[in-house]
Design a protein around this ligand. Structure first.
Ligand code: SF4
Length: 694
């Protein structure tokens, strides 16, 4: 974004990239954005910003935007531009035909963390009330679904426990499977300020992330574990806490279920979970684990921050529960400066999950099988609702391939690029009879679409996003929708055409309905957010101005529940054919699959994905810096340029996944979390060889 001179007016809105949720003032001259200025009154960012939120907005007006609806009969046909009326009527008629031919469960919808809360709520309402099934899912499936599962099981609420500012009271910061300085830069900077002010630091990560050693910061302990062994390391930390008498007995006695705790205590005390016994599996020296455990348990207020390096594993949900166990065992929960803090990847992952976009839950994380809850939605929505969970995204792919699932409405999600094992995903998409993509660009998924509906960038949206600290902030329209309709209006048009009436006039009316039907949102309204600046849910009669810290007097579920977290090694093994482990992550200037940031000046900083490899592994293979390398897994192969880096440990390679040509997900496997099907992006056995330029 080039600074274009004096502004005439400004609009306060919220960044649409990461889960920090920074507030910005979009300064405008007429219809043009002059500059994005971080809002000093923003509750999540206090006037700070990063290169994405501040500069990477050019995609909104990029010539690649598709602003007219398009249809084609077969995916090999050319697109035909049509009116909105024709496009909506076509989708409704196709979806009705599919349900009449193959049954009501043959269609479904996928929403995205790019959507506002109100848009997501409408998509799940369309599926549940309009389609008559629960086949709705969200891209949170592939990132933080284990957080929802693990925190609900242990603490009773599927959300982080603290606000970001709580870190100002933290004495020990434990970061596991997260890289905040790249992926959550504004909070990463706040963390660095706290560390420079004297807080101690434990990092658990296979790679030497910046936080481990950066000016004036040196991690006290870096547990450089082998990818796939999070649960083993967390269990060894618990073993030390239990066997060295570091449990906060008073807290546990007062706040946690006695029997579950005693079972857990016996479980983690087993010799097999001693750091010494686990050293060969985890690769972490036992003494380092012991010291880190002592620091976490006795160093004062200790807070755990984690990211996708925890969740995107076959034991993602187990690891989340193991983290909650540690916090409860040491009493590091329920006050400022402590807690369990998932760093959400996308701007509205938290909100997407809150709004009922999982196939088994209504808004507010209430199971579709709960008759009382279902009755409240049936009364409000005027239909009878199905009582069994619907298909998750991976189940949709399976059902498409077995012929029982035929139509899919996708709003704001590029599943063909972002989901693992691309070949499997594209085969499933090809098997569908009607794929509807509502998006900004003809993305990878749109290559398999029969209908394209223009979507809106965040600059064209009115609504709310909810960040990683449960903070609901307003997104305000800066420019009119390029394709005529706002995203929520498109969903409403589709619902009406399908025969399920919706008559909202503004997203605030959707939020009013969410508030009426969702106990944790009872007190939320656009007016109140405007008045307070932002609100952290729960916000209701008990917490009229929101809740920065949860589980203060008691856990949401009453007593905290310790869960047994058996370490089960991933089935993705290295062998002679695939001797290295590939793990993945993000870089500061780019964002996820890059659909937005690749279309901005941010490509100046990073214009390709590279394979990071340790010097020993590179030397063994005759690889020099910048050489092209072939990467082959059991699922597929791709080619990238190499970056030789001592950040890596021998035996582990790493890449980002921002550019479609890099094919990171061509090589990731179908392994997934046992509880939620979140893909195991972080562990893929590969071979790397030097190749000539592709
Ligand atoms: Fe946007 Fe996240 Fe950067 Fe804030 S830290 S400006 S929310 S990308």
């Amino acid at each position: 974004l080039i600074d274009r001179g004096q502004a005439e007016h400004s609009v306060i809105t919220t960044c649409a990239y990461c889960g920090v949720g920074c507030s910005f003032r979009a300064e405008m001259k007429g219809e043009e954005i002059v500059r994005m200025v971080p809002n000093k009154d923003g509750h999540a960012n206090h006037g700070h910003s990063c290169v994405k939120g501040r500069f990477a907005i050019g995609y909104a007006t990029h010539p690649d935007r598709i602003n007219t609806p398009m249809i084609r009969q077969k995916i090999s046909d050319p697109w035909r531009i049509v009116s909105w009326d024709e496009a909506i009527a076509h989708v409704a008629s196709e979806f009705k035909r599919l349900q009449a031919t193959y049954g009501k469960f043959s269609i479904g919808g996928i929403t995205s963390s790019r959507c506002t809360n109100e848009e997501t709520y409408l998509v799940q309402k369309l599926v549940r009330a309009g389609f008559g099934n629960n086949n709705v899912d969200t891209c949170a499936r592939v990132c933080h679904s284990p957080t929802g599962y693990g925190l609900k099981a242990t603490l009773g609420e599927s959300a982080g426990t603290q606000d970001f500012d709580s870190i100002e009271q933290t004495d020990v910061v434990l970061v596991i499977g997260a890289n905040p300085t790249d992926a959550h830069p504004v909070f990463g900077s706040q963390m660095k300020r706290r560390l420079r002010a004297g807080a101690r630091l434990i990092v658990i990560d296979p790679r030497r992330i910046d936080l481990v050693r950066t000016p004036h910061i040196q991690a006290d302990y870096h547990l450089k574990l082998k990818p796939g062994t999070n649960v083993a390391v967390l269990d060894t930390l618990a073993h030390v806490i239990v066997t060295e008498g570091l449990v906060n007995e008073d807290f546990v006695a007062a706040r946690c279920e006695h029997d579950a705790f005693e079972k857990w205590r016996t479980f983690v005390a087993q010799d097999k979970y001693s750091p010494e016994a686990m050293e060969a599996d985890t690769g972490v020296p036992a003494e380092l684990v012991r010291r880190a455990a002592r620091l976490y348990a006795t160093g004062g207020n200790a807070a755990i921050y984690y990211g996708l390096g925890v969740t995107e594993h076959s034991q993602g949900s187990t690891a989340v529960m193991a983290i909650a166990n540690l916090a409860m065992a040491t009493g590091n929960i329920g006050r400022e400066g402590v807690g369990v803090n998932p760093l959400r990847g996308q701007n509205n992952v938290q909100g997407s999950c809150d709004m009922g976009s999982f196939p088994h839950e209504f808004p507010g994380y209430r199971h579709v099988g709960d008759a009382k809850v279902r009755a409240s939605f049936e009364e409000a929505w005027g239909v009878s609702l199905y009582d069994e969970p619907g298909l998750r995204i991976p189940n949709m792919f399976e059902a498409a391939l077995d012929g029982s699932f035929k139509g899919l409405y996708i709003e704001g999600e590029d599943i063909a690029q972002s989901d693992p094992n691309t070949q499997h995903v594209t085969a499933a998409l090809e098997a569908l009879e009607c794929v509807v993509v509502q998006d900004l660009f003809l993305n990878e998924t749109a290559k398999f679409a029969h209908v394209f509906l223009p979507g809106c960038s965040f600059l064209e949206k009115d609504g709310t996003f909810t960040n990683a600290e449960r903070r609901i902030s307003r997104v305000r329209k800066v420019m009119e929708p390029k394709g005529r309709y706002a995203d929520w209006e498109v969903t409403q048009l589709l619902a009406n055409a399908m025969g399920y009436p919706m008559h909202y006039k503004h997203p605030s009316e959707i939020m009013d309905e969410i508030a009426r039907l969702t106990p944790t949102f009872n007190g939320v309204s656009f007016d109140k957010i405007d008045q307070l600046g932002s609100i952290q849910w729960p916000c209701n009669a008990q917490h009229p101005e929101g809740t920065p810290v949860m589980h203060v007097e008691e856990f949401v579920r009453g007593k905290g529940r310790f869960m047994l977290t058996e370490y089960v090694p991933t089935s993705e093994k290295v062998n002679a054919e695939h001797p290295l482990i590939l793990t993945t992550g993000r870089i500061l200037s780019q964002y996820n699959v890059g659909a937005q940031t690749r279309r901005t000046a941010n490509v100046m900083w990073h214009d390709e994905d590279r394979l990071e490899i340790h010097p020993h592994d590179a030397e063994e293979r005759g690889i020099q810096d910048n050489d092209w390398v072939g990467i082959e897994s059991r699922a597929g192969q791709t080619v990238l340029r190499a970056r030789i880096s001592e950040r890596m440990q021998p035996g582990v390679v790493y890449t980002t996944f921002h550019f479609p040509g890099s094919g990171a997900n061509v090589i990731t496997t179908e392994n997934s979390d046992w509880a939620t099907n979140c893909p195991e992006y972080k562990v893929t056995a590969v071979q790397v060889t030097r190749v000539s330029q592709p």
